[in-house]
Design a protein around this ligand. Structure first.
Ligand code: ADP
Ligand code: MG
Length: 262
């Protein structure tokens, strides 16, 4: 089976346009992502997680190596990939419904009634029914991130790319968004690539956690997590995987691994 996404011998070095120092962000990374999986890119701040996700999104080009989407090289962004950023990107002159419909408005595939119906469906899916006509400045951070998820899903991408989407939220709000994201993922069978440096978030959400070393990044561990969902964050098995990830963050575990084409 062709993987949904294949990364092979990927390298990324940023070159200063002014002729300054080069920054080697990714030294060598390779892995496959199978359709429908929830894959976590985990690693310390500054290790190149966003860079890697941006390359999969098509916002950045690799310096070397291959990034394939269903066997074809990624050359730019595309409708089969939705993106949820770290920062809330809201259009304050649009309502919640209008913000959710932005991708639909760009695509212009649906007439007004169908567009509205689709956007309403997504607003409901993310738990914001009743807020369709509100402007986004009245929304809490958690609600804004719900809007961002609904927006990314509105055009029905097969893949959702998420860059620390819950990083700015308080613990309780974060937990409720994590649970809702899992529900949505199970309901809609999307492939999700999710960046986080939170150990607990990685173990709670991921089917597979790909751990990256400090910059320049290589893969220093891969964990297939088969804990039953919903996962009990207080269980011994959960804590055991957390410990292993924490050791990798602290630089006391793992090794340079060139995985992972299964
Ligand atoms: P993470 O998301 O894991 O925190 P990033 O992917 O944002 O890490 O960054 C990895 C490294 O690449 C950092 O050292 C960062 O400063 C550098 N970097 C990221 N984007 C650029 C860029 N456009 N130009 C130069 N350096 C960059
Ligand atoms: Mg980042």
């Amino acid at each position: 089976m062709t993987p949904k996404i294949r990364i092979a011998n990927l390298r990324k070095t940023f070159t200063d346009p002014e002729g300054g120092a080069e920054v080697e962000a990714i030294r060598e990374v390779m892995f496959d992502i199978e359709p429908g999986r929830f894959v976590i890119l985990f690693g310390p701040s500054g290790c190149g997680k966003s860079t890697l996700l941006n390359i999969i999104a098509g916002f950045e080009a690799p310096s070397a190596g291959e990034v394939l989407l269903e066997g074809k090289p990624i050359t730019g962004p595309g409708p089969e990939r939705g993106f949820v950023f770290q920062e809330f990107v809201m259009y304050p002159w649009r309502t919640v419904l209008g913000n959710v419909a932005i991708g639909l408005d760009v695509q212009k595939k649906l007439d007004k009634p169908a567009r509205d119906a689709r956007a309403r469906e997504l607003v409901k899916l993310v738990g914001l029914a009743g807020f369709e006509d509100r402007y986004t400045h009245v929304l809490s951070g958690g609600m804004k991130q719900r809007v961002a998820i609904a927006r990314a899903l509105a055009t029905d991408p097969e893949i959702l790319l998420m860059d620390e989407p819950f990083g700015a939220l308080d613990a309780q709000t974060r937990r409720s968004l994590q649970d809702d994201l899992l529900r949505i993922w199970q309901q809609m069978s999307k492939t999700i690539v999710f960046v986080t440096h939170s150990v607990q978030e990685a173990v709670l959400l991921g089917d597979r956690v790909i751990s990256l070393s400090p910059r320049p990044s290589t893969i220093n561990g891969v964990f297939d997590i088969d804990l039953k969902r919903p996962r009990d964050t207080t269980s011994r098995d959960f804590a055991e995987i957390e410990r292993k990830l924490m050791a990798l963050l602290a630089g006391t575990g793992g090794q340079r691994a060139t995985l992972v084409h299964d």
